[in-house]
Ligand binder design. Structure first.
Ligand code: COA
Length: 246
């Protein structure tokens, strides 16, 4: 598609591949990119598909929110939650998202990949929250997502110091589920999405809805999800196919 300026968007039957594309600014997330990501998410909400979010394989995922714009934002911009809004939009998509990271994922760039359901990266990737060094907080999700992802002590150390995690560190603390060479990144991400594309689409959607539900919504949310799925023709078809296999 040609009508995006900061993204390359490749829409396929079962997935949309979004490549961040501000190479001159190391894919820094500016207001235009936020608007364009919202437009993609609006479409993915209307027509649910899997999402592959990447910075490509030229050694940069995203260098964070555009600092030139951040410097000029005021308290009312902060209260509008511009960057948090797009992270939340991605996280609440109906179908799963996979972030494929090659190179730095810093600040808002790291938060962008935390907003995805699954993260994989290359061996030259690194992750960090340098916001406090710039005199701000990590306002687009890291303050609560990072402790969930890597535990309180490490998350606070990273948030308080801006220390970066290498790809090996990120794998060791399960911030990412796989580390692969750069030339295998996109194929690995697509293979993951291929597996998701083979399962029951409604079971996948309801699993995503339930797994992200607040702790006090369990177990009722899975009971409701299961009640819906037990009446779904797809479940009967899939179970019958298993039982009838020769
Ligand atoms: N916002 C705005 N512009 C950015 C940017 C950001 N977050 N990150 C990089 N850029 C711009 C640089 O200003 C430079 O622009 P110029 O060529 O017009 O001078 C260009 O992108 C290249 O950046 P450079 O630092 O030379 O690239 P590098 O490959 O040497 O380093 C990074 C890449 C990502 C390690 C480095 O750019 C960096 O540390 N960026 C800032 C990370 C950060 O603090 N993010 C938190 C924001 S909340």
């Amino acid at each position: 598609m040609t009508d995006y300026r900061t993204l390359l968007v490749d829409e396929r039957d079962d997935r949309v591949v979004v490549t961040l594309h501000r190479p001159d600014k190391r894919n820094a997330i500016d207001a235009e990119m936020v608007d364009e990501l919202h437009a993609v998410c609006d479409k993915l909400t209307r027509e649910p598909k899997l999402l592959l979010l990447t910075g490509g394989t030229d050694g940069i995922f995203a260098a964070g929110v555009d600092i030139a714009q951040l410097r000029d934002r005021d308290r009312y911009d902060a209260l509008a939650g511009i960057n948090h809004g797009i992270m939340q939009h991605i996280r609440s998509l109906p179908m799963p998202s996979v972030a494929a990271v090659d190179g730095p994922a810093l600040g808002g760039g790291a938060e962008l990949c935390y907003a995805c359901d699954v993260r994989i990266c290359t061996d030259r990737s690194f992750f960090g929250q340098p916001e406090v060094r710039l005199g701000i907080v990590a306002g687009a999700g890291a303050l609560y997502r990072l402790p969930q992802l890597v535990g309180e002590s490490l998350a606070k150390e990273l948030l308080y110091t801006g220390r970066r995690l290498t790809a090996a560190d990120a794998l060791a603390v399960r911030l990412v589920s796989q580390v692969v060479p750069a030339d295998e990144l996109l194929a690995t991400a697509h293979a993951l999405l291929d597996r998701m594309a083979k399962v029951s689409p409604l079971a996948l959607r309801l699993t995503k809805l339930a797994v992200d539900a607040p702790a006090d919504a369990h177990p009722q949310i899975e009971q409701l999800a299961q009640a819906v799925l037990f009446e779904d023709d797809e479940k009967r078809r899939r179970m019958t196919a298993f039982l009838d296999r020769s």
